[in-house]
Unconditional design. Structure first.
Length: 435
C-alpha cells in the first residue's frame, strides 16, 4: 500500500455569522464545523460553507472527493482563516507522481549546484597554486642569481621600500625608449640608482661654462671615456650572454654624484652567445648619428658587437669636440661634419684647435681622437673590440697608428670612384632627424 499526503491551503475571510446557524457535525472521531459542512447539511449551510466534496461514509470516515472523481479519507482538519486539510490516501493503486517528480527536481538542482560549487572551488585552488608556484620559481631564480654573483654587491628592495623611496610614485624622473624610470603596479620593474647629474649630454652640449670647467677637465673626460668603454666591454664579454646595446649615445650615459658614468636604457638591446660574432636583426635600431652603417644595410657588413664600437667612437668624438658630430649651423662648411674635420687635422698634423687642447692637453686629445676614429671605421672588421679600446685608453701608448680614412669603404680606396659614403650617410641621418 502506498501513502502520500495532500495539503490544501486557502484563505477564506468569511464572517462567522453563519457558524451559529450551522451546527457542527460528527463523522466518526472527527468534528466537522463551519466553514466545513457535510453534503447532508442544510442548503443554507452548504451555500455558505464548503460541503460539496465532504461526506461521511458508512464506516464513519470523512471522505473528500476531488474534481477528478477520486475519493480520499480525511485524517484531520485545521480551523482558521488558512484552511489546512490533510488527506491520507489509502487506495492501494494510488501513487504520488507529483511528489516523485518534485523530489527528482530537488535532487537534480542540489547535485548540479554542488558540482558547480565544487568546480569553482577546484579552479580557484588551481589558480592560486599556479600563482604560488610561479612566484616560487621566480624566487628560486633570484636566489640562484645571487648565489652565482655573490661576489658582487647587490641591494635588494621590496615594493614597499621602493614606494616609500619614490614618495608613492608622485615624482616622475623621466622616460626612456623601453618605459618609465619607475613603474607602478605589480608588473616587473628595473630599478635604477638615481643619477643626480643626469646624463652626459647635459654637460657636452648644454652644460654651464663654469660647471664644465670645474668638472670636465681633461682628467675627468678621460675617466668618463674609460668608464663607458669598460661598461660596454663588460656587456660584450663579462656576462654569460653577450649584450649588444645598440643605442650608445650621450643621452643614455648617466652620471652619479662623482660623475662616474652608468650605461642606461636597454630598450633596444639584444642578447646573443659570447662566441657568436654575427647577429640578426629585423630592422635598424638606434639613434641617428650613432648607428653603424651595417645596421642600416647588410651590404656594409654583418651586424655584431662592433656596431656598439662604432656608436662609442661617435660618442667619444662628441666628448672631445663638445659639439654634435653634425652641426649644419656652423658657417665653415669644412667643420659641419666634425669626424671628417678632425681626421683631416690629424692627417696633416695640424693643431686641433679645441678648447681643452689649449689647456696643455694636446697629446691626450689627439690620442682620444685617433681611438675614436679607429672605432668609426666603415668596415666592421677594421674596428677594434671594446676590450682593445679599453687597453688603448688605459695603456700609455707612446704613439698610435693613424687609422685609414673611416669615410670611404676600403674597396674604393684604390679605384677611381671615391664616394664619401660616410659623410652622405650621416647627412641623410641629420635630415631625417630634423624632419
Amino acid at each position: 500500500m502506498s501513502w502520500c499526503h495532500l495539503l490544501l491551503l486557502g484563505i477564506f475571510p468569511i464572517a462567522y455569522a453563519f457558524s451559529n446557524d450551522c451546527p457542527s457535525a460528527i463523522c466518526g472521531d472527527m468534528e466537522i464545523k463551519f466553514p466545513f459542512t457535510l453534503q447532508s447539511s442544510s442548503n443554507s449551510c452548504r451555500t455558505a460553507g464548503l460541503s460539496a466534496n465532504l461526506s461521511c461514509s458508512s464506516t464513519n470516515e470523512t471522505i473528500i472527493t476531488l474534481p477528478s472523481s477520486e475519493s480520499y479519507r480525511v485524517t484531520s482538519i485545521g480551523y482558521s482563516y488558512e484552511l489546512f486539510i490533510e488527506v491520507l490516501l489509502s487506495t492501494p493503486s494510488i501513487s504520488c507522481p507529483w511528489r516523485n517528480g518534485l523530489h527528482l527536481i530537488v535532487e537534480g538542482v542540489t547535485i548540479g549546484t554542488s558540482l558547480v560549487v565544487f568546480l569553482i572551488a577546484v579552479l580557484v585552488v588551481l589558480y592560486f597554486f599556479k600563482k604560488y608556484n610561479n612566484e616560487k620559481q621566480k624566487r628560486i631564480k633570484v636566489e640562484k642569481f645571487l648565489a652565482t654573483y655573490k661576489s658582487t654587491t647587490l641591494t635588494r628592495y621590496n615594493f614597499s621600500n621602493i614606494k616609500k623611496i619614490t614618495k608613492k610614485f608622485n615624482h616622475k624622473l623621466g622616460q626612456g625608449g623601453f618605459g618609465s624610470v619607475y613603474k607602478d603596479g605589480t608588473n616587473r620593474a628595473l630599478v635604477y640608482e638615481f643619477m643626480p647629474n643626469y646624463s652626459l649630454e647635459k654637460f657636452i652640449f648644454f652644460g654651464e661654462s663654469k660647471k664644465r670647467h670645474e668638472f670636465f677637465n681633461m682628467e675627468k673626460l678621460q675617466e668618463i671615456a674609460i668608464g663607458i668603454a669598460q661598461g660596454i666591454n663588460y656587456l660584450h664579454q663579462g656576462c654569460n650572454q653577450r649584450i649588444l646595446h645598440f643605442d650608445i649615445k650621450p643621452h643614455n650615459i648617466l652620471l652619479d654624484y662623482d660623475f662616474n658614468p652608468k650605461i642606461s636604457d636597454f630598450g633596444l638591446a639584444k642578447l646573443c652567445s659570447r662566441d657568436q660574432s654575427i647577429v640578426t636583426i629585423s630592422a635598424a635600431r638606434g639613434t641617428m648619428g650613432y648607428i653603424a652603417p651595417e645596421v642600416y644595410s647588410r651590404n656594409f657588413g654583418p651586424v655584431s658587437h662592433k656596431s656598439d664600437v662604432y656608436s662609442y667612437g661617435m660618442l667619444l668624438l662628441e666628448m672631445i669636440g663638445r659639439r654634435k658630430n653634425i652641426d649644419p649651423t656652423i658657417e665653415n662648411l669644412s667643420e659641419i661634419y666634425f669626424p671628417e674635420w678632425i681626421y683631416n687635422k690629424l692627417v696633416h698634423n695640424n693643431s686641433l684647435g679645441l678648447a681643452m687642447e689649449m689647456e696643455g692637453n694636446e697629446e691626450i686629445m689627439k690620442r682620444l681622437a685617433i681611438i675614436a676614429l679607429w672605432c668609426i671605421q666603415w668596415n666592421p672588421a677594421e674596428r677594434p673590440s671594446m676590450n682593445k679600446v679599453v687597453q688603448m685608453l688605459t695603456t700609455n701608448f707612446q704613439s698610435l697608428e693613424m687609422p685609414p680614412t673611416p669615410f670611404v669603404p676600403s674597396e674604393y680606396l684604390d679605384g677611381e670612384r671615391r664616394f664619401d659614403f660616410a659623410k652622405t650617410f650621416n647627412v641623410i641621418n641629420t635630415l631625417d632627424k630634423l624632419e
